[in-house]
Write a protein that binds this ligand. Structure first.
Ligand SMILES: [Zn+2]
Length: 218
């Protein structure tokens, strides 16, 4: 039976799919792990070193995952998790397998048809059950606003520097189109400026709190 290390909860904002161990049904399928009667292992490695592993047993319509897990640095626990498997038609003929998420959240069975399951606690569940986001979603609103403004600038053929003036209307571009795009850039930059101020104010407040704490104890 494999050890999976920790189904960890980071405690720093929203966990992301990129930060979790995952099982991809396509990869399992290609590796022959879904063939009924198959009994084998699956492992995760980093820099060529095995860092975690589980065992799995395939039945006709389910895959049983068997592993040891430790959450939040607690005791190791043995888990045997049966995950139903379904097959759905592909767009170009044939069928492909999917997991049916075995998660139960607030008493409601998930049952979503998914290609990937994640370990962010004791069980492998879909990203909806763990409320996992993607790294790009956890980026600050400020970064997003800046990236949007940069993208809009590039569309007008400008560099991405903030202090560059909005470029003149490119040859052949309708005046209306140009005005609309220029307005979009200004709006995005305005939003980024506002968010920057909010973030800066928060940072200053934090620094002042920190400063007070230090002084109190010295
Ligand atoms: Zn789910």
């Amino acid at each position: 039976m494999g050890g999976i290390g920790s189904g960890r909860r980071s405690g720093f904002g929203r966990d992301t799919v990129e930060g979790c161990r995952s099982l991809d049904i396509d990869r399992l399928h290609k590796a022959g792990c879904l063939a009924p009667g198959h009994w084998g292992g699956w492992e995760w490695s980093r820099d060529g070193q095995r860092i975690a592993s589980i065992s799995m047993r395939a039945h006709k319509e389910r895959l049983v995952l068997v592993y040891n897990v430790r959450c939040d640095g607690g005791e190791w626990q043995s888990v045997e998790e049966p995950v139903p498997i379904t097959r759905a038609p592909c767009r170009y003929g044939g069928t492909r397998p999917y997991f049916l998420c075995p998660g139960v959240v607030n008493g409601i069975a998930c049952g979503r048809r998914v290609a990937k399951l994640y370990l962010d606690g004791r069980y492998f569940l879909c990203r909806h059950c763990y409320r996992l986001g993607y790294a790009s979603q956890s980026e600050g609103a400020l970064d997003r606003a800046r990236r949007k403004a940069t993208k809009l600038r590039h569309r007008l053929g400008s560099g991405s520097r903030w202090d560059e003036p909005t470029p003149p209307r490119p040859k052949g571009m309708w005046r209306r189109t140009y005005e609309r795009r220029r307005r979009q850039i200004l709006e995005a930059e305005f939003l980024a400026d506002e968010l920057f101020e909010v973030e800066a104010a928060g940072l200053i407040a934090r620094l002042m709190r920190h400063d007070r704490t230090k002084r109190f104890w010295s």
